[in-house]
Design a protein around this ligand. Structure first.
Ligand SMILES: *[C@@H]1O[C@H](CO)[C@@H](O)[C@H](O)[C@H]1NC(C)=O
Ligand SMILES: *[C@@H]1O[C@H](CO)[C@@H](O)[C@H](O)[C@H]1NC(C)=O
Ligand SMILES: *[C@@H]1O[C@H](CO)[C@@H](O)[C@H](O)[C@H]1NC(C)=O
Ligand SMILES: *[C@@H]1O[C@H](CO)[C@@H](O)[C@H](O)[C@H]1NC(C)=O
Length: 513
């Protein structure tokens, strides 16, 4: 069932904040504590946060993958190639942070992608390292060309991208062409999985195609598009329970789906995200991808849309498996509003834009209902499963918290950013700012930003000693872009985009420009 636009108006303007959101008072205090008011000052405040985290990373963790922001140690969760540095590159470029950019370019020269002692994730390596370098290359050979004078450092980004893809490409050497995700690059071995996941299989095609287009060598594009071909033509038919909505696992042997479990949650999410982004990247070559996204989007509006009983004006997406609906969702899922907004804008479909805004409002509710005004990692709204100690919270908020962690994820801010850029309505810009201020107040440490264990407890419960590289790549980039001036790399309305963001928020130049 779709919600009418009059219900959307209620969600937009007529909700009584003082009764619906008893904790709003706390956010007023937080907001007035910061003296910034203009967009320029807000953009500068995000730059300050970036510099703070960058300094801490440089001091205690570089060239390791990530900072431990409580103990001031470091971690190497992404093969020890300096994930935070590479992931920070495109944000540093967009912020005009020449110092950080030069440090990162020097570091990338020194990476040997053929060496690591740990298993390599094809997906994570593609979205963080490969995309980070390709985006840096596209920006520094394009609209940010004046930031770096040493053209060798810039050319090296493409050389290293090719080096990395050459290390990884054996992953696709399987009977079907569906890759293994867990790789041993030393032995050219794999984790012996029999299936690969929907998102990890379907979130390679933008990066590997971009690499091919830049090199003029279609080897990499072909590998990723061959894998994707099974996702675009799902077999057997039972694994596509609604048109465009497909199962979660694909056989590496045959390319057939092994289940029909459907969602936009983690594990499935960025497969749908990339269908429409490939069309933005090149509408000529990727029309079929767009058609599949439209089918999925229409089925989602019909079959997965869900409104919590206590607050029917809110919209969340449920998931579906074999006749059963699961009424729970995740922070990761909140990219969905942005995806509907991008698709709606690019295709001129107001129904997708309206639905995207409903999803954005649902995700905002998960933020502005908690004590910290940061949203939880996962939540539910199944009336039969409300935990007894959350009954009052559920009645007011419309959901109960399944995991109260916040691990510096970007998706809610990301979708606010799309909502602001596409509608021009400053409400969504304010929501980005509120989220940024709340994250800064809750997660900040002396050296960076930490994950927290309970967004509905004072100070976020306790701090978890980890700072994922996507803090730099995504949270700080979307927070900054929302308040920064218009630029070529910003999301534009309709068919005017000259960049498209990968799932890690690395902007890549679209093909036709
Ligand atoms: C990868 O394979 C090599 C050689 O067989 C082995 O020594 C190493 O332990 C393996 N690495 C991982 C992470 O399994
Ligand atoms: C890539 O695929 C196209 C179309 O099937 C084919 O013509 C081309 O030879 C392939 N390129 C490589 C390097 O395999
Ligand atoms: C809190 O979230 C609801 C639901 O999205 C929204 O309607 C309301 O405007 C938000 N409150 C504030 C103060 O932003
Ligand atoms: C972020 O936190 C720091 C440290 O508490 C503070 O100085 C700064 O003003 C905060 N920024 C914003 C925008 O609230």
């Amino acid at each position: 069932m779709r919600v009418t636009s009059s219900l959307l108006l209620v969600a937009l303007g007529l909700v009584d904040l003082t009764t619906a959101h008893p904790f709003w008072q706390d956010a007023e205090t937080v907001l007035s504590a910061s003296s910034v008011s203009t967009n320029q000052q807000k953009a500068d405040a995000v730059k300050e946060a970036f510099q703070h985290a960058w300094n801490g990373y440089m001091k205690y963790a570089f060239p390791h993958d990530e900072l431990r922001p409580v103990s001031n140690g470091y971690g190497d969760s992404r093969n020890g190639w300096g994930a935070s540095a590479v992931d920070a590159l495109s944000t540093a470029i967009i912020m005009g942070n020449q110092d950080a950019v030069n440090t990162i370019l020097d570091h990338i020269k020194s990476i040997d992608y053929s060496k690591t002692s740990d298993q390599v994730s094809l997906f994570e390596t593609t979205i963080r390292y490969l995309a980070g370098m390709l985006s840096g290359y596209d920006l520094l050979t394009g609209p940010a060309a004046n930031l770096v004078t040493d053209s060798d450092s810039v050319d090296n980004l493409l050389t290293q991208s090719k080096n990395l893809a050459d290390v990884l490409k054996f992953a696709f050497d399987t009977p079907s062409g569906v890759p293994y995700n867990g790789l041993n690059i030393t032995s050219q071995g794999n984790d012996e999985a029999t299936t690969n996941g929907l998102a990890v299989t379907g979130t390679l095609v933008l990066e590997w195609t971009r690499l091919s287009d830049l090199l003029g060598d279609d080897e990499y594009a072909n590998l990723s598009q061959k894998a994707e071909s099974y996702l675009l033509n799902p077999q057997p038919a039972t694994t596509e329970p609604f048109p465009g909505l497909v199962g979660s696992h694909i056989s590496i042997e045959t390319g057939e789906f092994t289940d029909g479990s459907v969602s936009w949650n983690g594990g499935d999410d960025s497969f749908y995200e990339y269908l429409i982004k490939m069309y933005v990247y090149d509408p000529t070559r990727f029309k079929t991808y767009k058609d599949r996204w439209v089918l999925a989007a229409e089925s989602t509006m019909k079959h997965l849309v869900s409104h919590p009983q206590p607050r029917p004006e809110l919209t969340f997406l449920s998931s579906y498996n074999n006749g059963n609906y699961d009424l729970s969702s995740q922070h990761l899922t909140c990219f969905d509003g942005g995806s509907f907004l991008l698709g709606g804008s690019v295709l001129g479909r107001q129904d997708f834009i309206d639905f995207g805004l409903e999803l954005v409002h649902g995700c905002e509710a998960t933020y502005n209902s908690t004590l910290t005004h940061v949203g939880p990692d996962s939540w539910g709204w199944d009336p039969k499963r409300v935990p007894s100690n959350q009954k009052a919270f559920y009645e007011k908020a419309g959901f109960y918290i399944n995991s109260g962690y916040y691990v510096l994820r970007p998706e809610v801010i990301e979708s606010f950013y799309y909502a602001y850029r596409i509608t021009g309505n400053s409400v969504y810009r304010d929501w980005v700012w509120n989220a940024f201020v709340a994250i800064n107040a809750t997660c900040r440490t002396d050296s960076g930003f930490a994950a927290v264990t309970n967004v509905n407890a004072a100070n976020g419960g306790s701090k978890d000693d980890n700072q994922e590289s996507f803090l730099f790549a995504e949270v700080l980039k979307y927070s900054y872009l929302t308040h920064a001036e218009d630029a070529e790399w910003q999301i534009q309305e309709g068919d005017k985009n000259t960049f498209v963001f990968n799932t890690e928020a690395h902007p890549m130049r679209v093909k036709h420009t």
